[in-house]
Design a protein around this ligand. Structure first.
Ligand SMILES: Nc1ncnc2c1ncn2[C@@H]1O[C@H](COP(=O)(O)OP(=O)(O)OP(=O)(O)O)[C@@H](O)[C@H]1O
Ligand SMILES: [Mg+2]
Length: 327
């Protein structure tokens, strides 16, 4: 039987955090992720963009079952992993890995590079002793570092090199899916380009699928086959990257796109930057209806009546906006 090309499928995923409400008790609900559905194919990169606090990290971590989902379901490789116990999840953990935003804090400063990269091999009992050391040296080579670095400590490395160590650690267990949570945001521009190109090379070589989280569309657009745009815990648009660039349908996506600098001064003059008015509402007290309506320049009365559903307006191009296609 041919393998299904879908590696990950998420349906109606919800993640709420319940916050303590001070002295008199009671809980406040923070709706970090609301009814999100998407899939990722084997070997594919799905970009996930949206401003700070919109729920990208929470979504990435919930998909990996590092956070308990509040509702919805997660299928990995055809298996429903939504309610698996930690013990049942352990063998799957090898196949799903996470790369963190900040390589300055995500690596244990007291451990050698060899121990950091070798730790997952130890946890999953995949290699020990000399064999583990050899595997770590191979991994260092794979991410463009010298095998001699095995005895170094994180503080001896640049930001880009540290992120390579984080990537080697994720690769150690031979995953087929990696959540890359803003892996280059903390790096300078030249290191950003190098780490992105390393991730692309590794994807080609190893057939990896990525959920690539980023603030804006400039980096995510390059690496992603498709892009999902998030606003206030919801996916508001999902399309192939070039489709999203050419024909953004959600007013929020248009604002994000207008913020990308254009190198050509003629085009830059034509391009009008859309400045969003007001603040992002709090996920503790989101507006009724469309979450974006308080900042949308096209807002109409109908926008407050109900939450817009994701609708396929063009082939493989979904958008959640009451006015999509009309504005
Ligand atoms: N462990 C937690 N407990 C309570 N609230 C949380 C927790 N993690 C995240 N949140 C809240 O959930 C919302 C979404 O946060 P999240 O970190 O997922 O956003 P993000 O899109 O990754 O932001 P950024 O771009 O800044 O990384 C925010 O309001 C945040 O304060
Ligand atoms: Mg985040």
């Amino acid at each position: 039987m041919a393998k299904d090309k879908t590696l990950l499928r998420v349906k109606g995923l919800v993640k709420h955090f319940y916050l303590n409400q001070g002295f008199f008790g009671g809980k406040t609900v923070l709706r970090a992720v609301n009814n999100v559905s998407f899939h990722i194919n084997r070997g594919e990169t799905l970009g996930l963009v949206g401003e700070s606090g919109c729920g990208k990290t929470t979504l990435g971590r919930t998909v990996l079952r590092l956070y308990e989902p509040t509702a919805g379901s997660i299928f990995f490789n055809g298996l429903d992993i939504t309610a698996l116990t930690d013990g049942e999840l352990l063998p799957l953990r090898k196949r799903m890995q996470l790369i963190f935003q900040d390589p300055y804090v995500s690596l244990n400063a007291l451990m050698t590079v060899g121990d950091i990269i070798g730790e997952p091999l130890k946890i999953h009992k995949m290699a020990r002793g000399k064999q583990r050391r050899e595997l770590v040296m191979e991994l260092l080579h794979k991410v463009g570092l010298s095998p001699d670095h095995i005895n170094g400590y994180p503080h001896e490395f640049s930001g880009g090199q540290r992120q390579r160590i984080g990537i080697a650690r994720a690769l150690a267990v031979n995953p087929d899916f990696i959540v890359c949570d803003e892996p280059v945001s903390a790096l300078d521009v030249s290191a950003q380009a190098q780490v992105v190109s390393l991730l692309e090379d590794l994807q080609q070589e190893l057939g990896l699928a990525y959920l690539f989280i980023a603030h804006d569309l400039s980096i995510a657009g390059h690496i992603s086959n498709r892009i999902g745009v998030m606003y206030l815990g919801r996916l508001v648009e999902l399309a192939a990257s070039d489709d999203l660039y050419r024909n953004p349908l959600h007013p929020y996506t248009r604002a994000l796109l207008s913020a990308i600098p254009v190198p050509d001064p003629d085009t830059a003059a034509q391009k009008q930057r859309i400045i969003l008015k007001g603040e992002t509402p709090s996920p503790i007290d989101p507006p009724d209806g469309c979450g974006f309506r308080t900042r949308c320049r096209y807002v109409r009365e109908a926008c407050g009546a109900s939450v817009p559903e994701m609708v396929e307006l063009a082939p493989n191009h979904r958008v959640a906006c009451h006015l999509a296609g009309k504005v």
